[in-house]
Ligand binder design. Structure first.
Ligand code: AMP
Length: 332
């Protein structure tokens, strides 16, 4: 398939890095792929898409995927992660980290043991982690960037249905089904290559978004209890007790945040879910917006992310009014 102008552009921008990454993938027989904690569609889809891409083209290489499994998508949508003890990491390997550029957010710290470390990410660059990185914040998803990188490799490779399916799930997830403002001609060019591999879109959307009757109870609770601030910041709070009553996890609670995405008068919307993990008890916040840049406020409240999709946290609900006031202050 001929490469579109937008994909060739990525090839030009990252010419040196793409050539180096291809060389490293060909050179190393042992490759470990990492991504961020509390993984979402993009983190897991990009990680596993790359896993299949390498295995399909180099069946003899030992390729591992590391990090926590997803509470609901594994194994329904994504295969289990590998479990290796420290011995595996003591022999030479290549580390590839996708969809994260902050050390503390990488799901397994043993990425550090890689002889060479490469980061492929679409979040704002926070710190140097890698031998070199390919970071482009204009891309809607990490998979969008990675697929473009792969398409620009010098040799010809197979893009199998399994690899394409994972990359496509990642792309759809982080572009908000091609609705977020980060969606571009490049996003669709990448989607077109993935669809050309023969993936079944109906099957993919069903697996990603099909809900059950119990999910409706969660939606009902949220619609009965959300609040909207003076400046149109909508938010809902799910305490640990409520999550137990509704039989949902913290992750599941946040997945409802986009209930408020297309409502006139709502400018920014957030989910606030209590996480009782003894290592770090807190209230996790997912923030989304249509027009306003929210990652500055997310950074002020222990988080970060993209202009219109960020995460943050507060220790107690006493901090909530201050957090909502900070978002209110963004709205003109
Ligand atoms: P979430 O609301 O958790 O789905 O996060 C939305 C986006 O913000 C995702 O792309 C996350 O990777 C990113 N994000 C969430 N928390 C943080 C953080 N503490 N630092 C940097 N990025 C974050």
């Amino acid at each position: 398939m001929k490469l579109e102008k937008q994909i060739r552009e990525v090839g030009k921008t990252f010419k040196k890095e793409i050539a180096e990454l291809e060389k490293l993938i060909r050179e190393y027989d042992r490759i470990a792929i990492f991504r961020h904690i509390m993984p979402d569609f993009d983190a897991l889809g990009t990680q596993l898409g790359l896993y299949h891409f390498i295995k399909d083209n180099f069946p003899n290489k030992e390729v591992k995927v590391f990090g926590d499994n997803h509470v609901t998508f594994t194994p329904r949508l994504f295969q289990e992660m590998d479990k290796e003890n420290d011995g595996w990491f003591s022999k030479p390997f290549l580390s590839i980290i996708v969809d994260v550029g902050a050390k503390a957010r990488i799901a397994d710290p043993r990425y550090e043991k890689g002889e060479k470390i490469v980061v492929i990410d679409h979040h704002p660059h926070v710190e140097d982690i890698a031998t070199f990185d390919i970071t482009d914040t204009s891309k809607a998803a990490a998979s969008e960037l990675l697929v473009s990188v792969i398409l620009n490799f010098k040799h010809n490779y197979v893009l199998s249905k399994e690899a394409a399916k994972n990359f496509y799930i990642a792309l759809v997830g982080d572009s908000g089904r091609f609705q977020y403002s980060s969606t571009s001609a490049h996003t669709f060019a990448v989607a077109s290559h993935l669809i050309a591999s023969g993936i079944n879109l109906n099957e993919i959307y069903g697996a990603m978004y099909l809900k059950n009757i119990d999910d409706l109870k969660v939606t009902a609770y949220i619609l009965n209890n959300y609040k909207v601030s003076e400046k149109g910041v909508a938010y809902y709070v799910l305490s640990d007790q409520i999550q137990k009553d509704l039989k949902i996890t913290t992750e599941r609670g946040k997945e409802n945040v986009n209930l408020f995405s297309n409502i006139q008068g709502i400018n920014i919307w957030c989910s606030i879910t209590e996480d009782t993990d003894p290592k770090e008890p807190c209230w996790r916040i997912s923030i989304r917006s249509r027009d306003y840049v929210i990652n500055g406020v997310a950074a002020e409240f222990g988080g970060g992310g993209h202009k219109q999709a960020s995460g943050a946290k507060i220790t107690t609900l006493d901090e909530l009014p201050k957090f909502i006031a900070a978002l209110d202050a963004l709205v003109k």
